[in-house]
Design a protein around this ligand. Structure first.
Ligand code: Q9C
Ligand code: ZN
Length: 345
């Protein structure tokens, strides 16, 4: 399988995230992608290429222009507030809630940062924009290669994407790489695209983006949002709205779920994709379902990921894999490569 590797990912280096009243070291670290790259190379799982460049208009198929503009200039604005900020990550600390206005773009930087985000766990750093943008290019390049006839392609990038919405960042995500890939597949001629999200966390950004659309079916297996991040969204009764009614499937599972129950849910999602008669598949490939993950609650073992890949291959669809979460750094390369190797068996 061809891999588009974001060779600028390490420009995004968060120092700290807010957790339980403390600033703690980031879980979403550069070594995650490095370990996956090492493992793909070690196993010779296919060609590894850098992405092609796209202009920012390509991002506007998914993201609001004022959000893209904010991200593009955010670091310089942050540093211009105080030169000492150059050594500090930017984190939001104030947010609008229901009933507050979003049509007036605040002048104040912190207020704008809050308008465009939903948590204080997602630091914006000096290289965040460049890293996220070239990550989006990896997803777009992978979709392009699949449209050109490749069976499958992998976008190996960080920061991840599935929590990012049309105009918000959060959950370590800034640009929604999977959504960009899905839209690129649509724009390139795929009539129906399924986005299957197997990250531990519900992809609230992706769900929001496609909730009222019938041409992109979002399906997700994740920790039950009653207790698990990102909370608020990802419940089983969210089935889509308007033209999109019936084209959103959430399969929340309790913390502690092991491979057997998780795999049964995966089979259910794959049946729904077959019934939908999708033309192409995007997989939001998070491996934070691993038993050893430091911030998640499922119990998958490294060897289980081969079977995950084999099951995904049974869909028989042109497929774009997009790297999402997975924070057990010592195992993230093995687990991710196991999925891709299983897919190719
Ligand atoms: N201190 C993805 O997997 N914070 N995002 C959890 C841990 C948010 C996960 C608290 C987790 C976001 C792409
Ligand atoms: Zn996750």
């Amino acid at each position: 399988m061809i891999t588009f590797y974001n060779d600028r990912h390490s420009l995004h280096q968060g120092r700290v995230e807010m957790f339980r009243g403390e600033l703690v070291p980031c879980f979403e670290v550069a070594a995650r992608a490095d370990r996956v790259l090492d493992e793909l190379r070690r196993r010779r799982l296919g060609a590894i290429e850098p992405a092609q460049a796209f202009d920012d208009a390509a991002l506007s198929r998914i993201h609001a222009s004022r959000y893209v503009e904010f991200l593009r200039g955010a670091w310089d604005e942050w540093v211009s507030l105080d030169p000492a900020n150059a050594r500090r990550d930017a984190l939001p600390s104030v947010w609008p809630v229901r009933g507050h206005r979003s049509d007036v773009l605040p002048e104040n930087f912190a207020a704008r940062m809050g308008l465009f985000s939903f948590d204080a766990g997602t630091p914006l750093t000096a290289g965040t924009w460049q890293a996220a943008r070239s990550g989006a290019w990896c997803a777009l390049s992978a979709a392009g290669r699949v449209l050109a006839g490749e069976r499958a392609a992998f976008a190996l990038t960080r920061p991840p994407g599935h929590h990012a919405g049309q105009d918000f960042f959060g959950g370590y995500c800034f640009l929604n790489n999977a959504a960009l890939a899905a839209q690129a597949l649509r724009d390139g001629g795929a009539g129906r695209v399924a986005v299957l999200d197997i990250d531990y966390h519900h992809g609230n950004g992706t769900q929001c983006l496609f909730y009222e659309r019938a041409d992109v079916f979002y399906l997700s297996l994740h920790g039950d949002p009653r207790s698990e991040y990102p909370f608020y969204l990802g419940h089983a009764d969210e089935t889509g709205a308007g033209a999109g009614l019936g084209f959103n499937l959430n399969l929340p599972l309790p913390r502690g779920t092991g491979f057997a129950a998780w795999f049964a849910a995966l089979a259910q999602a794959l049946r729904a994709i077959a019934d939908y008669r999708a033309d192409a598949l995007v997989v939001s490939l998070g491996v934070d379902t691993f038993a050893g993950d430091p911030i998640s609650g499922f119990r998958l073992q490294s060897d289980d990921y081969f079977q995950v890949g084999e099951a995904l291959a049974t869909a028989g669809l042109p497929s774009v894999f997009v790297f999402e979460g997975g924070y057990a750094v010592a195992a993230v390369g093995i687990n991710t490569a196991n999925v891709l190797e299983g897919f190719q068996r």
